[in-house]
Design a protein around this ligand. Structure first.
Ligand code: COI
Length: 317
């Protein structure tokens, strides 16, 4: 079978070559993203392998005309693909599941960096300011951490946190016994009211978009710390900025932000980024921003490539 691989980064090429061979698939590998202009790369293929670029009806129609049977996104989230439309044409859309440790470990790092004021410490060190003023931190072991979403990543965050001795509250519509060993499930309201630190691990769904907003923030503790390694749309960015400016939210760590798809994974060294809210957040000493890199480890990238090829082979033959 033949698979068109889009948006292939240099660090993925050898993995595609390896797993293409292993699964007996011929690959058309391109660094270009899937667009109407690059749709033709999939001519003669039975499946396409994509990453984060939005895929809508226009593109799906073209691929359908080529006889594409499967779209495989090498991401956990798949909200960027119009999967309902694809399904209506009989095209399967699949996502991958990669090691949850990559995002879970990054989350714990972001928590520790936030409570120890690491952005201020590191930037001040560069300016040779070795004073102690305003950089005194707190200890995680004395905190209540609220974990929203106890899927694979949220559960792994909870297990990782269990070694620190903090109290852990959890919220999810689906509850798991394996999580109950380390955390106390509670209502979202209780989690908001009692947590010193809140971390989001829930997908972008109509009911979760904007869940962190003026109202929900007002029900949180004064000085709460927010961690978002999941999806930018979960947080109303304007409301978060206001809460940070007022000191209601003491610190935030954001690997994702609303409107990131136009900027992340691109180099803006010598040109304006044009994301005004990001510029405001990035200027704050108590906000850590990273460009959606929580997933980026050797292990996870290997899983992403391998399982995306496996799904193409399974679903298109
Ligand atoms: C996902 O896999 O859903 C991610 O968030 C990582 C991806 C943007 C590369």
């Amino acid at each position: 079978m033949k698979i068109a691989v889009y948006s292939c980064r240099e660090d993925e090429i050898h993995l595609f070559e390896k797993y293409g061979k292993e699964y007996g698939a011929e690959l058309v590998i391109s660094a270009l993203p899937p667009t109407k202009e690059t749709a033709h790369l999939a001519e003669g293929c039975q499946a396409v392998d994509i990453i984060t670029t939005p895929v809508g009806r226009d593109l799906i129609d073209i691929w359908n005309g080529y006889g594409i049977k499967a779209i495989s996104t090498r991401t956990v989230g798949y909200e960027h693909v119009d999967h309902e439309y694809a399904a209506s044409l009989g095209i399967s859309v699949s996502n991958v599941s990669y090691t949850p440790h990559t995002v879970a470990e990054y989350t714990v790092m972001a928590m520790l960096m936030s409570i120890r004021k690491m952005k201020a410490i590191l930037t001040r060190f560069i300016g040779q300011d070795f004073s102690l003023k305003d950089i005194r931190g707190k200890e995680l072991c004395n905190m209540t951490v609220g974990v929203i979403g106890t899927g694979k990543i949220g559960e792994t965050v909870i297990k990782n946190l269990s070694g620190f001795g903090c109290r852990i509250l959890a919220y999810d519509v689906y509850q798991k016994d394996s999580v109950r060993e380390y955390a106390e499930y509670c209502s979202l309201d209780t989690l908001y009211q009692e947590s010193d630190l809140i971390t989001l691990h829930t997908p972008a769904l109509p009911e979760t978009c904007g869940m962190i907003n003026k109202n929900t923030i007002s029900s949180m503790k004064d000085g709460v710390i927010l961690i978002n390694m999941a999806r930018g749309v979960l947080v109303n960015t304007a409301d978060l900025i206001e809460a940070l400016e007022k000191g209601k939210v003491a610190a935030a760590a954001l690997d994702v932000v609303e409107g990131e798809s136009a900027i992340y994974y691109k180099d803006f060294k010598y040109r304006p980024v044009g994301h005004h809210q990001m510029a405001i957040l990035q200027a704050m000493p108590n906000v850590i921003m990273t460009p959606h890199t929580a997933f980026f480890t050797d292990e996870a990238v290997g899983d992403m490539v391998r399982y995306s090829i496996e799904h193409c082979v399974k679903n298109a033959t």
